[in-house]
Every structure is written in structure tokens, then in C-alpha cells.
Design a protein around this ligand. Structure first.
Ligand SMILES: Cc1ncc(COP(=O)(O)O)c(C=O)c1O
Length: 398
């Protein structure tokens, strides 16, 4: 019998949007290895390796460090459901869509949530959080997005951690778009809960959410009055599975193989070298964008190395430029999120994440963008973007 459904061979896209990004061939190859049972002694060693490497990448000694099954949103949910209970107060500092999502998820635990809103393009301010903390007698935690993917802004965390701890609260940090691509130090900055995703700077497919809980967060979890609302994301049970191998749910074996290989690549390169690579290629991209006369959303002092949000020139429909890039160059970039009316239909979000953060991708993208803009009747000096990016990289190398 033949099926009506043919073989699926996806086109070879260059994924330069908000993620997923393309991954190293070694990571794809790791996913094709034979399955093991999730309690097989050989797989248990794989789990140990992944936990050990995640601690290195998060820069933490936290025992409770593991990949939650599910994408970055599962990490957000796990952070919230484990530390929050009905009646708690949680503050979320928002400077884009993912802060809003964190607030929404936190509110579903039954906790009261207060948001401290910041302007689009600006980082979260420690003094704004301090002022909000001063208004409330007891705050359970504060949530901040380190790398706001919707706007391309990075927020400095260390000062925020100080004000949060002075108020006796826990600090929850979303590092979905920074882990492995921008400086992040869970222990050095005193972060209590930090979660990420695999499909961005870590360089694996989407499907796992690395998370880490520090001592203060564990104490809060141990003193809960109510059960964690989610069985699947109950960190105490998950930790028992990862530490004592008590069955909780069937681990996504092939995804964990892929994460192990991606983490090996991160450590082979060296975490600091990888941060530098992301910073240099982002600087080259930004030099090219500036030279083309385009405007960047983020405040120049707080630009994220993994994603750059750029306004489409007045009168140029951003979606038709993106379509041109996809149809003619196989390049995917993201638009503004529909949930942010101030940016939807007005920006492109250009990702340089993990395996994709290379100078050749910067040059290819800038020259493709020039062609796509010309096709939309927006002319720029030929080669201006690529030359500026080349000059920036020479300057950084000298
Ligand atoms: C900052 C941030 N947090 C959370 C998420 C949610 O992750 P996922 O889409 O993998 O569930 C994303 C996804 O882009 C993100 O950029």
C-alpha cells in the first residue's frame, strides 16, 4: 500500500530570526543515535554529563540544574509554579512581550502579580524595581527577562539581584535568548531561578528548557504550604528523577542527546569565546545596518548580541522584505510580535544565534537585505552595509 503522504524534505533555510537557529551537523547527528531506555545505566551517564555541562554554562554550582522537557515556556512555567502559591505577591519588570508572558504565567498560579513597565527599547531598571518593592510589605519574587527577544534589549542583572535580595525576595531570570550567547553568571550575580531554551544560543533544536534553582529557591520550595499545581513541572519530583532516578516521566532521549552534543560544542569553543563571537558578529551587523541608514529599536548601550530589532524604513512594508529574503535567499528573519502593536508590522528581528553567529552570515544577510530593499524601491548605496560590517570586524580584530 502506498501512502498519499510523500517524503518530507525541508528546504535549506538560513534561520536568522528569533529562533530556532540552525544547528551544527554534530548536533543533528547526535539525535539519530540509537535510543536507550531512560533508566539505562548508559543513559544515566548522559544525564550526568548534561547536568554537569549545564552547570558550567549557567556558571553555577546549583545541584538542581537540569533540562525541563518542553520549550522555553515550560521553563517559565516551571519557575513560576514551583516558587509561587496562591496569596503570594510576584513583581514582573516588563520591557517587552516576554516579560508580559512571564506575568501572565505567574498570575495563573493564583499569586497576585504586579508589573513594572518600561519603555520599548530600554532595559529594566533596578531603581524602578526597588521603588515597587518598597510599596509592598512582603514580596515572594521578582521576575526579569535578561534578553528581551521582542525588542533586542539586554538588561544588566547584578544590581537588580541586590535590590531584590535586600527586600527578601527571590530573583527569577529569563535567559532564553542569552544563555550561551551573552555573559550570564547565575552564582556570580546571585540569581535564584534561571531558565533558558535550547534552540537559540545553545545551538540545539527546540524542545528542552535548561533550568537552575539556587539554595534560597529550594528553601522556598521546601516550605510550600500547597502542592505544586503542575505534576509535570514539579521540580522536586524532577530533581528526584535526575538525581535518584525515580521514574517521573519518560525523558525525551534524542533531545537530550542533542543537548549533550550542543553543550560539548559550547565548552569546546569556550563559553567566554562564544560570548565574544556573538558580540563581534552583532557589532558587525549593527555597523552594516547603521551604514544602510536603518534605525535599531534598542538603546545603543543595551543591545542584545543574539538578536537585533530594526525598523523597516517608512513606507516599506516589512513583511514584503521578509518574503523577498525567504523566497530569494532562503533567509528567515522574524517580524515584530503581533502582541506588541507598537512594533508589529514595523520591524525585523535579525538573529545571530549559536552556530549561526558567523561573519559570513552577517555579510550574506546584509547583501540580501540590500537586494530585498531595492526590490521594494528603497535604494541604498550599493555595498554600504557589507563594507561597514567588514570594517567593524577588522577594527575589532586589530
Ligand atoms: C525571552 C524569551 N522567553 C521565553 C520564550 C519562550 O520560549 P519558547 O518559545 O521556546 O517556548 C522565548 C521564545 O522566543 C523568549 O525569547
Amino acid at each position: 500500500m502506498s501512502s498519499q503522504y510523500g517524503e518530507f524534505l525541508p528546504p535549506q533555510r538560513l534561520l536568522m530570526g528569533a529562533g530556532p537557529a540552525n544547528v551544527h551537523p554534530r548536533v543533528l547527528q547526535a539525535m539519530t543515535a540509537s535510543l536507550l531506555g531512560h533508566l539505562d545505566p548508559v543513559f544515566l551517564q548522559v544525564m550526568n554529563d548534561v547536568q554537569g555541562m549545564l552547570r558550567e554554562v549557567f556558571k553555577t554550582q546549583n545541584a538542581a540544574t537540569l533540562p525541563v522537557s518542553g520549550t522555553g515556556t515550560a521553563g517559565m512555567e516551571a519557575a513560576c509554579v514551583n516558587i509561587l502559591e496562591p496569596g503570594d505577591l510576584f513583581i514582573v519588570a516588563t520591557n517587552g512581550y516576554f516579560g508580559e508572558r512571564l506575568a501572565e504565567i505567574a498570575s495563573r498560579t493564583g499569586a497576585s502579580v504586579v508589573t513594572v513597565e518600561h519603555a520599548v527599547g530600554e532595559p529594566v531598571s533596578a531603581s524602578a524595581i526597588k521603588a515597587e518593592l518598597a510599596k509592598h510589605p512582603r514580596v515572594k519574587g521578582v521576575g526579569v527577562v535578561h534578553a528581551e527577544t521582542s525588542t533586542g534589549v539586554i538588561t544588566p542583572i547584578a544590581e537588580i539581584a541586590k535590590v531584590v535580595h535586600e527586600a527578601g525576595a527571590l530573583l527569577v531570570v529569563d535567559a532564553v535568548t542569552s544563555l550561551g550567547g551573552a555573559p550570564l553568571e547565575v552564582d556570580g550575580w546571585d540569581i535564584d531561578v534561571c531558565y533558558s531554551g535550547t534552540q537559540k544560543c545553545i545551538g540545539a533544536p527546540p524542545g528542552l528548557s535548561p533550568i537552575t534553582f539556587g539554595a534560597r529557591a529550594i528553601e522556598v520550595m521546601n516550605n510550600r504550604k500547597t502542592k505544586v499545581q503542575s505534576f509535570y513541572l514539579d521540580m522536586t519530583a524532577l530533581h528526584d528523577y535526575w538525581q535518584q532516578r525515580v521514574y517521573h516521566h519518560t525523558a525525551p532521549i534524542s533531545m537530550i542527546y542533542s543537548l549533550r552534543e550542543a553543550l560539548r560544542l559550547v565548552l569546546e569553543e569556550g563559553l567566554e569565546n562564544r560570548w565574544q563571537r556573538h558580540a563581534d558578529n552583532a557589532a558587525a551587523l549593527i555597523a552594516g545596518i547603521d551604514a544602510m541608514g536603518l534605525r535599531i529599536v534598542a538603546n545603543p548601550e543595551f543591545r542584545l548580541p543574539s538578536i537585533t530589532a530594526v525598523y523597516s524604513p517608512d513606507g516599506i512594508p516589512e513583511a514584503s522584505v521578509r518574503k523577498h529574503l525567504l523566497d530569494n535567499f532562503n533567509i528567515e528573519v522574524s517580524g515584530g510580535l503581533a502582541t506588541m502593536p507598537e512594533l508589529a508590522g514595523k520591524i525585523w528581528r535579525i538573529g545571530l544565534m549559536g552556530h549561526n553567529s558567523t561573519s559570513s552570515n552577517v555579510f550574506y544577510f546584509l547583501s540580501a537585505l540590500e537586494t530585498a530593499l531595492a526590490a521594494n524601491e528603497f535604494e541604498i548605496v550599493a555595498g554600504a552595509g557589507v563594507s561597514a560590517a567588514q570594517r567593524k570586524l577588522r577594527e575589532l580584530a586589530s
